[in-house]
Design a protein. Sequence first.
Lengths: 407, 229
Amino acid sequence: MNLITLASRNVFRHRHRTVVTTLAMAFACAMMIVFAALMDGFAIGSEHNVVSMNTGDIQIHLPGYRNEPDIYSLIDNADQLVEQFREEEFYASKRLFAFGLMASDRGSSGVQLRGVDLVYEPMVTEIDQHIMTGDWLNTLDQHGVVIGKKLSKLLDVSLGDELIFVGQTADGYMANDSFKVKGILKSVSPTIDNAGVFMSNIMLSELIALPKGAHELVLMRVDRTGDLTLKTAELKTSLGSGLEVMNWQQLMPIINRFLETAHIQTVIMMIFTYIAVAAVVLNAMLMSVFERVREFGIMKAIGVKPKQLVLLIYTEIFIQTLLAGFLAVFAGSSLSWYFQENGLDMSSLAEEISFAGIAFDPVWYAALTINSILIPVLFLFVIAAIAVIYPAAKVAIIKPIDAIHHQ
Amino acid sequence: MNKIVELRGLDKHYQQGELQVKAVDNVSLTIEKRDFAALCGPSGSGKTSILNLIGGLDSATSGKVLLEGIDLSALSNGELAEVRKNRVGFVFQSYNLIPVMTAYENAAFVLELQDIKPAMIRARVMKALADVGLAGMEERRPDQMSGGQQQRVAIARAIVTSPAIVLADEPTANVDSKTAELLLDLMEKLNREQGVTFLFSTHDQHVIDRAKRIIHILDGQVESDEQKI
């Protein structure tokens, strides 16, 4: 009789215990698959929110602009640079910013005007698709603006309502104009939600009398699989010290750190969950071993070697873990797939979720990846293998004579 | 070589609290090929301990056990397992068989451990089971057999490897007297017809009556050693 047949028969000798142990292992593993998929989804969603909603892969400013956003800190050769970047491996767009006061019939608030290139901005971000109500900007409607979600509430405006902007032009005069609310964004980041007003950069350059240049250049790699850090360093070298080149990881260090450690959080969660699983496995295997001590004694007496018994014990737990793994992959993947398609609606807990300056969709989507399935299953095998070290060692070291006369 | 087992000044002492128990006390004896011998004596006299030492299941405090000239005290656990697998057959009182295996599989198991070819295993196991009167019951599991049938499977497993000696520890202790007689008939036949060497430990008078050689053990020592004619 081969080892696997013998181990299988031993596993199913006590069906109830095997079923309970296997289900406990499968349940924990399935939950870990779902948790890992949700964490992966959170990580992917976070990066998406950061990169695709605002920062792009890389941003270029004049040194110091990010700390003190001075209207005069312009990249003069912005047009030439974006053309150059587009010829390399980037989508590139330029932005202008201005600050001032926006008023409606029912309120007023300080705002940040964000002048974006209506042709190229959709290539570097997906902000144009992040509209809650209304439409994104278009060239035919120069006085149409898209505003942040909270700002619309602060100003108490809806689609089509008029807004009056008052600010300062680059040449020291008063800048003022009226606009119409064309669209209201979903939650993006606290800054944009509370104060963001998007308009075409042509409109904004006229409004603040800055006919040339840009405050910010946004780049998105055409092929996003390469090393971003390396690409950033190459750009830095080629542009010299006159411009500040930073990738999204440098621009949003807290989010980056969080995403870098997300898998560690998953592993920590897995360790704690699997400790409970290990206790169940250890208990079941100890019961299984102790009730068979006499049988192991007989086997040793007829010539079975300790290492063969250890192999038998490990084959038994391997079979159970394999069964649990199959069940877990099926259940965990199904549930994760459901959350990937439909999301986990957290809006009953919080209407808006933001972290480190980035707003998150209250519907949390999972991302079912190979890693989110494989890592929990591999961990299950490792934990099961660790849990049976003691019972297997017990079987290996017991003397046949003691085992045969075990009561 | 006719000496299968040779014990030389064998001692086995156990520590029970502060008391040292001499389970085997300076025992010297030999078991010859084709012996059908019984170690007999009251409970606790040391007969099972001697059997365990001969089978390499336990180690002696002092003295030597030579099995076919091999000094068991010089062997490692792994080497002892090899000796048990290849040269010794065991029949225990009860709980003898592996419950998840059929009669055939139980008997075949030890041959599989010896890496014998499947065709050869089949031939030898079928013959062994036929020899013990279990032809046609190969696929039965232990829980589908009587105590006597289970002991027959154990005997088949013990003889299927053609060991130097079969050590049987109280083989009739857990069966009724009729079954005990049948088991003794069987072992006697195997000894007579196939030359299998048997050494029993027993205090069952039926076994003692049937044995050809009776070794009386008392307080761990050989009190007498009688060969019946």
